[in-house]
Design a protein around this ligand. Structure first.
Ligand SMILES: Nc1ncnc2c1ncn2[C@@H]1O[C@H](COP(=O)(O)OP(=O)(O)O)[C@@H](O)[C@H]1O
Ligand code: SF4
Ligand SMILES: [Mg+2]
Length: 365
């Protein structure tokens, strides 16, 4: 049995949060609220409607036949407005990466729509998708494995510009590499170095520079800071936030740790076993979590003050995430839910708007 408990990284990031002065925190909060007000008025850039990604499980080498399916993503809907950062959180195996891969069209969804600026990516042919791919970029968790160790940093950052033919000649590409390195807080001389000569945080800055090189509109950050030390995490969050403001970028920020998401996101969607169970503005979700799964995830994020931490009633949820090959009937969370009643094993709860902008999939609350 594995309860959802505070991880070392979550504990450290909560401790790091206390080191920020109250004045700086107030300024940061007010800054985010202003940004939230602007984002609420912006048009939708990404619209996901009833997205499903069921991977077939086959048997037999010669005449393979489907014997089961993995319901990695099972009917999710959400929107992201221009300039917004939407957090997508949940334990490992909940379908976050698969959602990102569907938007990038690295997977062909089983069902549903993915609208980007009004165009349904699911229907697009290869040629139209290639043109759009430039506008949608991704930053991965592990910059070391996503950067080619045999290429110099300058070549790594130039590569997408060559693939998408956004900068016509080498001199223009080289100048852009210098500009991008500076923008991402790196010395332009890093262009001649190799990934193994850099620290984890520097490599993630290179990953960000590479994603930015083709002037995207939308970036999927898949656990982009999860592998970094806490102090470096804060620097990368600040960099992503500055770049979003400067270039009007839109982010889908995927993470398994709710404490990380809070500093960056306007809204947060909580995912469990292929479904969205709660979606709300960041302050609302943290201040008034309604779904028992969200409460459990938040219960696992330690509060900086030891007295508060002791006084807080943890609602620790026991057990593992069940296999998406054989998800529980009714509410998929019912085998682990402390509030479950008999009907939870039969009825699938709809995502309902219980407070303005606050959506919850639970039929009991
Ligand atoms: N290509 C695939 N074939 C079969 N199952 C897959 C494939 N990709 C992911 N899965 C399964 O889908 C589920 C969701 O995975 P993933 O999207 O990576 O979750 P997360 O990013 O939230 O950890 C997992 O059970 C995973 O094993
Ligand atoms: S519907 Fe039932 S099992 Fe599901 S979250 Fe609500 S109380 Fe828990
Ligand atoms: Mg993942």
């Amino acid at each position: 049995m594995t309860p959802i408990e505070p991880t070392g990284a979550a504990r450290q990031s909560a401790q790091a949060a206390v080191r920020v002065s109250p004045v700086a925190q107030d300024v940061a909060l007010e800054h985010r609220r202003q940004s939230e007000r602007r984002v609420h008025l912006a048009p939708e850039l990404v619209t996901i409607r009833d997205l499903k990604m069921h991977f077939p499980v086959t048997e037999g080498a010669l005449f393979s036949r489907q014997v089961a399916q993995v319901r990695a993503v099972d009917g999710i809907s959400f929107t992201i407005r221009k300039g917004e950062t939407l957090g997508l959180v949940g334990e490992s195996g909940c379908g976050k990466t698969t959602t990102g891969r569907c938007i990038l069209r690295l997977e062909r969804p089983t069902a549903g729509e993915i609208l980007f600026d009004g165009k349904n990516l699911v229907d697009l042919d290869q040629k139209s998708m290639r043109a759009l791919r430039q506008k949608i970029q991704v930053i991965f968790q592990d910059p070391y494995s996503s950067l080619n160790p045999r290429m110099k940093i300058g070549e790594i950052i130039s590569e997408p510009m060559m693939v998408h033919r956004t900068e016509p000649n080498k001199a223009a590409r080289d100048a852009r590499v210098m500009e991008l390195l500076r923008l991402c807080g790196l010395d332009p001389r890093f262009a001649d170095r190799y990934p193994h000569e850099m620290s984890g945080g520097q490599r993630q800055r290179v990953g960000i520079a590479r994603a930015l090189s083709v002037r995207p509109e939308f970036i999927i950050c898949d656990e982009a800071i999860s592998a970094l030390d806490v102090s470096i995490q804060a620097q990368i969050i600040n960099l992503l936030e500055d770049l979003r403001e400067q270039f009007g970028l839109t982010y889908l920020f995927i993470a398994h740790d709710l404490s990380v998401v809070r500093h960056l996101c306007h809204r947060v969607a909580v995912m469990y076993l292929g479904k969205i169970v709660e979606l709300a503005d960041c302050d609302e979700l943290y201040g008034n979590p309604l779904h028992p799964y969200t409460q459990a995830l938040l219960g696992a994020v330690p509060v900086p003050d030891p007295d508060m931490e002791k006084a807080r009633a943890y609602r620790i949820v026991k057990g593992e995430v069940p296999s998406p090959m054989n998800p529980p009937r009714g509410c998929v969370f019912h085998p682990r839910c402390p509030l479950a009643i008999d009907s939870c094993a039969k009825n699938v709860p709809e995502l309902r708007e219980l407070r303005p902008g606050h959506w919850v999939a639970c039929s009991v609350i």
